[in-house]
Design a protein around this ligand. Structure first.
Ligand SMILES: Nc1nc2c(ncn2[C@@H]2O[C@H](COP(=O)(O)OP(=O)(O)OP(=O)(O)O)[C@@H](O)[C@H]2O)c(=O)[nH]1
Ligand SMILES: [Mg+2]
Length: 465
């Protein structure tokens, strides 16, 4: 990447809006913008404007025609998001105006920014570390209170501070161990092994706690996976459509309508759930349907919550057969029994079907997916089953797979250090494992990175971010 070149992009969402913002960053940002800007007050221009202030004027083309009246905000390096000279032009949000202004800036010699290039520059210029830069993307994508809290805490450096603390402990540790290497001949031990074991345990626990938070972080970010399962025709797809408020899945009274997995996210009372409709479980010789049922089993295994739907009008004769198939795969997960089609049965019939599942302890809800009866109760049960800790502002929760994998590597390295101390291995081997732990943690914050890693991370951003 040529970090010296000046880049530009429309930073607001594509399309028409009240206003749009075009960002220009790099050494020549001020002069490129000054060339197309006519200030309202003749005595002022972008070049002599003080930093962090706003200037009112017009953007004009090379025929001196006015394109739009705009506000420009001027930032001087290093006090900007990217750490470079930056101008943000706020114009009226017509797509035509945005494109015209962008074109004029490019004609002045500016380059169109690559996806994520502004944030990448912020990282390369030391304005933030890699995990904070990644949090910018998460913050933009956050669609629930919890996801927002996680990403804002990460962007503001909550996670980075914890990693910095761990790294400094490890660096002290490794320096001490490596000092011993210098006196190898004399067989000295500067560092008290018991104290080192204590420190290693502390570091190990800290890393484990961060890694463990991923299950919560991942669920909050990508949605808590909820599988809708049961026999054919019990109303799984009807319930999915009701929850999503969309005719996403085909509903019919033909048994075995759904063959494939159909899924979508929905926020319920601030929590992100991922609902997964599946093929109904039954004994069938249909090859395609059996492939679908195999997928259902896989979804049960991957879900956190299983909604087991039962048709109140059809007392299944294969309860044991079915129970075995669902329970075997759902062990350790929250199962909610959902008795559907209560509009078709009376109270006595409902009691009978309820009793059939008496031996069953899980939560139960009685609904009519077709008539939207008791969906609030189902939501209550889902929220109770989700049992995610309440994320408080400032809590550090790992939600990024790359960070999680790095933490796992760091964890196994620090465990090796502990085992090494127990076994009394020599300092050179200890130092190798501590350095590996440091390396893994360094990949999260970007102290250790390469173009491939950066390309992977920033390539997934949108242009203009
Ligand atoms: N009366 C009534 N009918 C319902 C209710 N829920 C679903 N149905 C009907 O039951 C039939 C089957 O519904 P689906 O949602 O396709 O059932 P499914 O469980 O997805 O079935 P498969 O995809 O075949 O496994 C349809 O005719 C629905 O209209 C309900 O609460 N009350
Ligand atoms: Mg279906």
């Amino acid at each position: 990447m040529e970090s010296k070149s000046t880049i530009t992009a429309i930073s607001t969402a594509p399309g028409t809006g009240g206003i749009a913002v075009i960002r220009v960053s790099g050494e020549d940002a001020l002069s490129f913008c000054d060339a197309i800007f006519r200030p309202k007050s003749k005595s002022r221009n972008i070049l002599n404007q003080s930093a962090n202030t706003v200037l009112y004027g017009s953007i004009v083309n090379n025929k001196d025609e006015i394109i739009d009246d705009v506000l420009v905000t001027v930032f001087h390096a290093p006090h900007s998001f990217t750490g470079e000279n930056t101008v943000e032009i706020a114009c009226h949000g017509s797509i035509y105006i945005q494109q015209q202004i962008l074109q004029l800036i490019i004609d002045a010699g500016c380059k169109l920014a690559q996806p994520g290039e502004f944030t990448q520059r912020a990282f390369l210029n030391g304005k933030m570390d890699l995990s904070q830069a990644e949090a910018v993307a998460d913050l933009i994508a956050s669609n629930s209170e919890a996801a927002h809290r996680m990403s804002i805490s990460q962007m503001r450096g909550g996670f980075s501070n914890e990693l910095m603390h761990l790294r400094s402990q490890l660096i002290d540790f490794v320096s001490l161990i490596e000092l011993e290497l210098d006196f190898n001949e004399e067989d000295v031990e500067f560092a008290d092994r018991n104290q080192l074991k204590k420190l290693t345990t502390e570091i190990e626990q800290h890393i484990a706690k961060l890694a463990d938070s991923f299950s919560v972080g991942n669920a909050l970010k990508n949605g808590i996976p909820v599988a809708l399962v049961g026999e054919t025709n019990v109303g799984k797809s009807t319930l999915l459509n009701l929850l999503l408020n969309d005719e996403k899945a085909i509903v019919s009274d033909i048994h075995g309508t759904t063959r494939d997995v159909i899924e979508d996210n929905i926020i319920i009372r601030g929590l992100n759930f991922r609902f997964i409709d599946t093929a109904g479980i039954r004994n069938t010789t249909d090859t395609i349907e059996n492939l679908g049922i195999a997928r259902t089993y896989k979804q049960i295994e991957q879900a956190s919550i299983v909604l087991w739907l039962i048709d109140c009008t059809q007392l299944t004769e294969h309860i044991e057969w079915l129970t075995e198939r669902i329970e075997k795969r759902a062990s350790g997960k929250k199962i909610i029994l959902v008795f559907n089609k209560i509009d078709l049965v009376n109270k006595e019939e409902l009691m009978v079907i309820n009793q059939i599942f008496n031996q069953y302890e899980g939560d139960r809800v009685f609904i009519s997916a077709k008539n939207n009866t008791n969906s609030e109760k189902l939501e209550d049960a889902l929220l109770k089953a989700a049992q995610l800790p309440n994320i408080q502002p400032g809590d550090v929760v790992v939600s990024n797979m790359r960070h999680y994998e790095a933490l796992q590597q760091a964890h196994s390295a620090i465990c090796r250090v502990y085992d090494g101390l127990e076994a009394g291995i020599t300092s050179d081997f200890l130092s190798q494992d501590i350095r590996e732990c440091l390396h893994a943690l360094g990949t999260i914050t970007g102290q250790v990175s390469n173009d491939e890693i950066l390309g992977n991370i920033f390539g997934k951003f949108c242009i203009g971010k």
